[in-house]
Design a protein around this ligand. Structure first.
Ligand code: NA7
Length: 483
């Protein structure tokens, strides 16, 4: 058996997963992480109110259940702490380099190895590259005139400035995805004034969170099957399956049910008819990634919060000038304007067989066979790569299934049966064609959101969760070019 050396790019959820699995095999690997620590998007995002909308016991590695989750929906700092604890428990510190952004990653046809270079000049070589670089990490900075002229602090939500005191201040939040909604909910209790600038209002799914008591956490510790039961809760998965049916079939009863829930939430929660109309979306529910909130509709009715639907004309030194001529005077502006989700591993320069560049292969849209492999990029595997998201299924689940799927492909390299493995061009073309055709019929195609690729097609798994489980059960070797 050959001992492979792997380079893992990224120390977020997927990268730590790969590292744990390789460490368990006693294999040689190194993690390169551009940031100063582990946790990926949960390290980078530090804004008040940051919460995960997947239940905490589902948002956990299957091999590392966490009896200490304090709440049903965990907050960002707690999730970052979880990654830190897994990283320490598996002794990964000697296998990670932080503040080490991989800038080049080139495949050599001569020795079938990857040659890696970081921004600070480190070089490494590996048989296998695991690109675990995430999706939500390149801030989308809006092209609003005058942004630089603002007198106070102005920053993207993923670049939260912890030196800036928000208490008692007038804060403007631009954008109302999950981030904007969570931020406004948290800031309403702390600020003198919060202005929520919404280009498009969002449907809000009601949810409920609660704290686990010390006795419950003790019980989880003593009997892990209790956590397992929450993780695999039939009712939760049945609801998720039903919700997914709606996303995949816009004519379905299932989507109508989702629409009825969010419409009722709006109608029942917002008392002022003017505000209610401001908050009413004009597109179908679940078309943008559904926001789950248990506090936004209360927060937005607090006297300190104003919702602005009038477009932004420009930013001035004192605040935001609206298209109707009014000036919203502000001390701080937060850009909750999302991420450039078509980037993935880029701007890293990745070159495969014969020097073919990933940037060129992805010139139309980023894609990977089943989200994991790209023709002409041998022994280069992506976790949560393009087309991976499966509705609101936990990305832990997706990444773990992808890892299990890749394992037989890695075995081909270990056993010496192959020196190079990558998706076959025909399989990739077939997957792309079928996937794109199906994605265009999902509800996500009916409005703009971060799910859309540069061609406006939802970059998702457009079939049922069960079909994904089936596809990830084992690779079909005919789908791969094996040399
Ligand atoms: P999202 O969900 O991509 O939301 C971005 C928001 O910013 C959305 O309301 C956009 O409005 C708005 N936006 C973007 N650009 C502009 C400009 N130029 N002007 C005004 N408004 C703008 O990002 P989040 O960070 O909230 O959440 C991302 C995911 O992270 C989330 O789904 C969870 O999975 C975790 P638009 O709808 O395009 O009109």
């Amino acid at each position: 058996m050959r001992k492979l050396r792997s380079v893992i790019i990224g120390a977020g959820m997927s990268g730590i997963l790969a590292a744990v699995k390789l460490r368990e095999r006693g294999e040689d690997f190194m993690i390169y992480e551009k940031g100063p620590g582990v946790g990926g998007t949960w390290r980078e995002n530090r804004y008040p109110g940051l919460t995960c909308d997947v239940p905490s016991h589902c948002y956990t590695y299957s091999f590392a259940p966490n009896p200490d989750w304090s709440k049903f929906y965990a907050d960002g700092r707690e999730i970052e702490g979880y990654f830190q604890s897994v990283f320490e428990r598996y002794g990964l510190a000697d296998r990670a380099r932080f503040n080490a952004e991989v800038t080049r990653c080139e495949f050599s046809d001569t020795d079938s190895r990857w040659h890696i270079e970081t921004a600070d000049g480190q070089r490494d070589t590996a048989d296998v590259v695991i690109a675990a670089t995430g999706v939500l990490h390149h801030p989308n900075i809006p092209d609003v005139p005058g942004l630089q002229s603002f007198d106070g602090p102005a920053f993207h939500s993923a670049r939260w400035d912890e030196q800036v005191a928000v208490d008692g201040k007038r804060v403007g939040v631009i954008g109302n995805g999950s981030t904007g909604v969570q931020l406004v909910t948290a800031l309403a209790a702390r600020c003198a004034k919060v202005v929520h600038f919404q280009r498009s209002p969002q449907w809000i799914m009601p949810g409920a969170t609660f704290e686990y008591t010390p006795a419950q956490r003790e019980a989880f510790r003593n009997d892990p099957s209790l956590m397992h039961a929450i993780r695999n809760d039939e009712a939760y998965f049945a609801a998720l399956r039903r919700y997914t049916q709606g996303l995949l079939n816009t004519e379905s009863e299932a989507l109508a049910e989702t629409e009825a829930i969010v419409l009722k939430n709006l109608e029942d929660s917002i008392r002022d008819p003017v505000l209610r109309e401001k908050l009413r979306p004009s597109y179908r529910a679940a078309c943008k990634r559904m926001i789950v909130s248990w506090g936004y509709y209360d927060a937005v009715q607090s006297p300190v919060v104003e919702v602005e639907r009038v477009g932004i004309e420009r930013i001035e030194p004192n605040g935001v000038r609206l298209r109707d001529g009014r000036l919203q005077r502000l001390d701080i502006i937060v850009l909750a304007t999302g991420f450039r989700t078509d980037r993935f591993i880029r701007p890293t320069c990745v070159a495969g067989r014969g020097g073919v560049r990933l940037d060129d292969v992805w010139s139309e849209r980023p894609s990977a066979f089943l989200g994991v492999s790209i023709p002409e990029f041998p022994n280069f595997f992506m976790l949560n790569g393009p087309t991976s998201p499966i509705t609101n299924i936990s990305l832990f689940d997706v990444a773990e299934r992808q890892w299990e799927y890749m394992t037989p492909l890695l075995e081909l390299l270990r056993s010496g049966e192959a020196r190079e493995v990558s998706a076959a061009a025909g399989a990739m073309a077939d997957y792309d064609a079928r996937r794109i055709a199906a994605a265009k019929t999902t509800v996500f195609a009916a409005c703009t959101s971060w799910y859309l690729d540069p061609q406006g097609v939802p970059s998702i798994w457009p079939w049922a969760y069960e079909a994904y489980i089936e596809a990830m059960r084992a690779p079909v070797l005919e789908d791969y070019e094996i040399r």
